[in-house]
Write a protein that binds this ligand. Structure first.
Ligand code: IPM
Ligand code: MN
Length: 369
């Protein structure tokens, strides 16, 4: 029986609450047989800082590198607003991405028909939406050096962040986007700011050249990032795959997530390069954050976290059937009218985090029966 090593990093805020629903699902899958997940749990973010003064310890980092997949809840919160920049909660997540070389961040935005009315946009604009944002995750202004605040002779301060991309970095993320598009609707929109940034010019030219060389069967458009933001709210269904850099991807994916009704619905996968045996380092996390305003109340929406686990089943464990089951179960409970507070609508039944998790497993049981 295949055994998979899974590292859970629940993190801060609602992270532990939504991760508990992953644990429930993993136990269910383990009990069902056919596959075994060996689960370890560790600290990242503010809780890791509280425990050992670092947003992630070297030991946890080693465990992450050793795991077949890492599930991450969320990091950060007002409690750690004052901690030093290098050890702020987000530094733990950024180190995981960097040290695991997770350059490809896949952020699907799917609008479940049952939730089309929960979107801030009109139903007809979002109903049936299915797009994928492919965000570069280990380069750009997030990691470029210099990155500093210096004091000038006149007493003023000057802050510098550096946007850097090499052709190699652009090519490997564009390759992921083109390959994904071939399995979807065969369209890629590449988004940058070539009208203002040199990195945008190189991004554009590199994606165009790769397209011409290897992917001319895929329909490619180039779109300025500001226009892309506008088009996402005007007519999001024109998009299939959007490939973009680290910072634009951060913003465009929050925007795309909200189209679907709630930030609480959107999963993500962060993948490294395939090794000789085809295996990739991988981390899965919801797009939403730690939501300190509702943490500890047991009311958070666990769907993004569970859908992230479905992505792990699909991309890390080759368990596509089980991934389909989870996704179908999510659609089923939404069809039945179950809602957490963030997606609550009139006439629906409001449930807590555990209620939603239990209902999703019950829906999987119903499918299996
Ligand atoms: C995300 C988050 C992170 C990011 C933060 C927590 C560092 O917003 O995953 O989108 O900016 O990448
Ligand atoms: Mn973000």
């Amino acid at each position: 029986m295949p055994t998979h090593k899974l590292l859970l990093l629940p993190g801060d805020g609602i992270g532990p609450e939504v991760m508990a629903e992953v644990e429930r699902l993993v136990s269910w899958l383990n009990a069902r047989g056919g596959v075994t997940f060996n689960v370890e749990t560790d600290l990242v973010g503010g809780c890791a800082y509280d425990a050992h003064g670092q947003a992630i310890s070297d030991e946890t980092m080693k465990r992450a590198l050793d795991a077949d997949a890492v599930m991450l809840g969320a990091v950060g919160g007002p409690k750690w607003d004052g901690v030093a920049y290098d050890v702020r909660p987000e530094a733990g997540l950024l180190r995981l991405r960097k040290d695991m070389a997770l350059f490809a961040n896949l952020r699907p935005a799917i609008c479940y028909p049952a939730l089309a009315d929960a979107s801030s946009l009109k139903r007809e604009i979002v109903d049936g939406l299915d797009l994928m944002i492919v965000r570069e995750l280990t380069g750009g202004v997030y990691f470029g050096e210099p990155k500093e605040i210096v004091t000038l002779e006149n007493g003023q301060k000057r802050a510098v962040d550096t946007q850097i991309y090499t052709t190699g970095e652009i090519e490997r993320i564009a390759t992921v986007a083109f390959e994904l598009a071939r399995k979807r609707n065969n369209k890629v929109a590449s988004s940058e700011k070539r009208n203002v940034m040199r990195s945008g010019v190189l991004w554009h030219d590199t994606v165009a050249a790769l397209h011409k060389r290897e992917y001319s069967d895929v329909e490619l458009t180039h779109i300025l990032a500001d226009n892309c933001a506008m088009q996402l709210v005007r007519a999001p269904k024109q998009f299939d795959v959007i490939v973009t850099d680290n910072l634009f991807g951060d913003m465009l994916s929050d925007e795309a997530a909200m189209l679907t009704g709630s930030l609480g619905m959107l999963p993500s996968a962060s993948l490294g390069a395939a090794d000789a045996s085809g295996k990739r380092k991988a981390l899965y996390e919801p797009v939403h954050g730690s939501a300190p305003d509702i943490a500890g109340q047991g009311i958070a929406n666990p769907i993004a976290m569970l859908a992230s686990f479905a992505m792990a089943l699909r991309y890390s464990f080759d368990l596509g059937r089980e991934a389909d089951m989870v996704e179908q179960a999510i659609a089923d409970v939404l069809d039945k009218g179950l809602r957490t507070g963030d997606i609550m609508q009139e006439g629906m039944t409001q449930v807590a985090t555990t209620g939603m998790g239990e209902a999703i497993i019950a829906a999987m049981e119903a499918q299996a029966a």
